[in-house]
Structures are given as structure tokens and as C-alpha cells.
Write a protein that binds this ligand. Structure first.
Ligand SMILES: [Zn+2]
Length: 141
């Protein structure tokens, strides 16, 4: 048991491993596999045409997906994989915060540097100074 663990540790040394993005990809993979089995159970056996299309679509989606998952787990480019995950999580964090703050704040993109600014909700037109690039732009409340 200890030897297997040691071998596994050596195999994973310097490699990226799992993260949130990979968990979501894996979840998607499991969902697609389950959907495939459920649909193929519902299809009559003699419907060979639809069955062929279904299994083709299934492999077309799941094989690249599982390749991406393994590629990311065994990747040595840890910094790049971490950035991908950060971008992915950031996208959902922003959506969640937008909903959470919808009564008190608005989110606006700086037209110059594309930074997303969280601004207190106020009526009328306002001038905003971007904290990142110092660009001034108008925001309607
Ligand atoms: Zn800016």
C-alpha cells in the first residue's frame, strides 16, 4: 500500500493535479456518460440509425473532454493551469457578486483597460475614475 502511494507521489511530482475547473469538467463528463446511457436505454433496439448518431455524438464530446481533463491533471505548466482555473472561477464569482449586490452596486467595465469596477448604485450620470488606469468615463445610474 505504501509503495503504491510512493509511486503515485513520484508520478504526480511537479504536475498540476486537480482544481475547480477540472471538477466541473469531470462533472460534465459524468453527466454526458449518464445521459448517453439513459437515452440509449430509451431508444428502441431496432433504431440503429439514431443509436449510431447518439454514440457518435457521445464519443465526439466525451473523448476530447477526458483528454483535456487528463492533460490538465498531468500538466507541468502549473502557472498556466492555475491561471485558467482563476479565470474560470473569476467568471462565476463575478456573476454571483452581481446578483448579490444588485440592489446596492453596479458593475461596469472600464472602456480603456477592461477592468471591472464595482460602483455604488446612484441615480443620474456620474464620472468615474478607473483605479487601475486612471481613465475617466461616464456611468449612468
Ligand atoms: Zn481602466
Amino acid at each position: 500500500m505504501g509503495k503504491i502511494k510512493q509511486k503515485l507521489q513520484r508520478l504526480m511530482y511537479g504536475r498540476y493535479g486537480g482544481d475547480m475547473l477540472n471538477n466541473v469538467l469531470l462533472g460534465t463528463y459524468i453527466f454526458l456518460v449518464l445521459a448517453y446511457y439513459i437515452i440509449s436505454m430509451l431508444l428502441p433496439l431496432e433504431a440503429t440509425g439514431p443509436r449510431m448518431i447518439l454514440s457518435f455524438a457521445h464519443y465526439l464530446l466525451t473523448i476530447p473532454l477526458i483528454c483535456v481533463i487528463f492533460f490538465r491533471i498531468f500538466s507541468r505548466n502549473v502557472a498556466k493551469r492555475r491561471r485558467e482555473n482563476e479565470r474560470f472561477c473569476g467568471f462565476f464569482r463575478l456573476r454571483r457578486n452581481k446578483i448579490r449586490d444588485r440592489k446596492t452596486h453596479v458593475y461596469r467595465k472600464c472602456p480603456k483597460c477592461r477592468a471591472v469596477l464595482r460602483l455604488p448604485r446612484a441615480k443620474g450620470k456620474h464620472t468615474v475614475v478607473c483605479p487601475r488606469c486612471k481613465n475617466r468615463f461616464e456611468v449612468k445610474g
